[in-house]
Every structure is written in C-alpha cells, then in structure tokens.
Design a protein around this ligand. Structure first.
Ligand code: DGY
Length: 326
C-alpha cells in the first residue's frame, strides 16, 4: 500500500477519497493543529510515495531527497506553489500539482471584503466601538473613501484578477490593469477595462488590487517608489503573496500619508507581520483567508486528493504544473 503524507489536517472529503481509492492505512496526517516544523516534515516525508503539503510548508530538494526515489507526486493544497521548488521536482521527474479554478471566486469575494473594509474603515470602526470610544453619530467620524464610480487598478489580470474586476462592474468602476497579455476586446468592454503600464496604473488608480504570482520579478513590486507614485487617497489591497509588497516601506507610506490605507491578506513572513504595520490604524490585516470558505476548502481537498489518486494509480494527475515530467 502506498504512503501519503499530509502535512496538516485537511477537510475529510479529501482524506476519504484517498483512503477509499488507495487503502484505509495509506494516509498519514500530521497529527497536530499547527504548522509542521522542518524536522517533523523530514520525518513525515521519509519513504512517502506522495506528499500533500500546504502553502505554509516549503518543499525543497532536501525534503524531496529525504522522501526518497519512490516519491511520485507533490500535491500542493493551494493554487500558488511558490513554496515548492518546482525546478528541483522537475529534475527528479516528480509532478507537482495545485488546486486551480475552485478558489478564484472565493478569493475575489475576500478581496472585495477587504477592499470595502479598507475604504470604509470597518475594522477600525469595530475596534472603536468595542473599545468603548463611541459617543454617538458625528459628522466627521471615521470618514472613508467612496468605492463606486472610482478607478480600480488590477496588477495581474489572471483568473482571480478578472473575477475581482467583474465585481467592480456593479460598482460602476473603471478598471485599469497590467498583465502579460491583453484581454479579448469583448472582455475589456464588459469589464470597462484598459490595459496600461505600471506607471499609469499607479497614477490613475483609486484602489490597486494585486493578483500576480510571486516570482523573482514580482518580489517587492510594490515598495517606497510605487507608494510615492500612487494617489495620496489610494488604497492598496494584496490577496496574492506577501513578498510582492515591501512591508516596511508600506508601513512607512501608511504612516507618512503617502497612501490612504492598505488591506492585506498575505504577508512577507507569515505568520509574522512587520511590527510597524501592526501599529497602523489604516491597515486592515487578515490571516490569509483568501480561499477560506467551507465549500472551497473542501473542493481544494478533493482536487489535491484526486491528483494523488490519479498519479498513484498510474494515471495523469489533472492539475500538473510541470507536465513535462509526465
Ligand atoms: C492559494 O491557494 O494560493 C491561496 O493563497 C490559499 O488561500
């Protein structure tokens, strides 16, 4: 019977799918409800035929080599896979899979929740009420920014970027976007969207929402220079990957009033957050909840498990990000 090592408990449907297909004893789940340590990951990976890590678990050459030559698949429990050394996996002819599609709309919903919160100071207002500070309605209390009719900048117009832009139509917004490729003209019309360069995106947007993958060229794509180039009234939203934003520079920009506010679901060194950000009232800070709905996390479990079952049954895993190994 193969051994599948799952680094953290995932929804039951995924575990059941693997147990039903590959044997009741095939699934070995890390038993603690916390991020697995490096040493524990080495121990768990040793001799595994399949690894099912989460985005919090770096899977590099050392882990792959410790697992051993029988390792046949790494099925990441996320759509992003920057935690996996895909090049090393490809060299070892190990397919790496992700969970695309199912979390697009859920992440777009969360992006909008954070955007609205950031613009209208909802979390700040909540803290104010619970802190016993509210003395009653006041003409100038916690004034935020209008969202409707404004310009939304999308940095990275992939699946999630487009889902965020679709929601902007209902708010009567203009969309400007940067992307490797241009959208079809009918989509641009539907989304009221215009492809621009980064400088234009920074200069024209009232809200900038980041939806690019984390790559060497997108690391710190938003830093001091970008914040200075944005409108002082602008809000920055990041639900992609933390290191795309330079957190120290963002905290400085928020304190200096270079931009109005920021809403972050992702951080440079999760779960650590730059201490200066924690003291910014105009930062909405969320613990990486992009895909965290009951429905979506169950679908992600099903996809990761199906990829493992396919591979261990000698079939093609449907969501391989390095198909050249197959
Ligand atoms: C992903 O799958 O990459 C998301 O960030 C999870 O929330």
């Amino acid at each position: 019977m193969p051994r599948i090592f799952v680094t953290r408990s995932i929804p039951d449907n995924g575990l059941k799918l693997m147990r039903d297909a590959l044997g009741a004893g095939s699934v070995d789940v890390f038993p603690h409800d916390r991020v697995i340590s490096r040493d524990e990951l080495f121990t768990g990976a040793k001799g595994a035929d399949a690894l099912l890590p989460t985005l919090a678990d770096p899977v590099d050459t050392a882990i792959m080599d410790t697992a051993g030559p029988q390792l046949k698949i790494i099925a990441n429990y996320a759509v992003g896979y920057n935690n996996i050394d895909v090049k090393a996996a490809t060299e070892r002819r190990i397919p790496v899979t992700n969970t695309p599609g199912v979390l697009t709309e859920t992440t777009a919903d969360l992006t909008w929740a954070i955007l609205m919160d950031t613009a209208r100071r909802i979390s700040e207002g909540e803290r104010y009420v619970r802190g016993g500070k509210w003395q009653g309605w006041a003409p100038q209390l916690l004034l935020g920014a209008d969202v409707h009719g404004k310009t939304l900048g999308i940095f990275g117009m992939g699946r999630i970027g487009q889902a965020v832009a679709r929601r902007a139509v209902g708010f009567g917004m203009r969309v400007v976007y940067t992307s490797r490729g241009r959208l079809e003209p009918f989509l641009e019309r539907q989304l009221n969207a215009r492809l621009v360069d980064k400088a234009t995106l920074l200069a024209e947007s009232d809200f900038i929402s980041i939806h690019c993958p984390l790559l060497p060229e997108t690391r710190h794509a938003f830093g001091a220079v970008e914040f200075k180039a944005m409108k002082k009234s602008a809000c920055l939203i990041n639900t992609s990957r933390g290191p795309v934003v330079d957190e120290a520079a963002l905290a400085a920009a928020l304190k200096a009033g270079d931009i109005f506010a920021a809403g972050l679901d992702v951080f440079e060194e999760e779960p650590k957050i730059h201490p200066d950000l924690l003291t910014c009232e105009n930062a909405v800070l969320v613990p990486h909840l992009g895909s965290a709905s009951l429905e979506t996390r169950a679908k992600m479990a099903e996809i990761a498990a199906s990829n493992i079952v396919a591979r261990l049954q000698g079939k093609t895993p449907p969501n391989c990000v390095n198909p050249e190994v197959l």
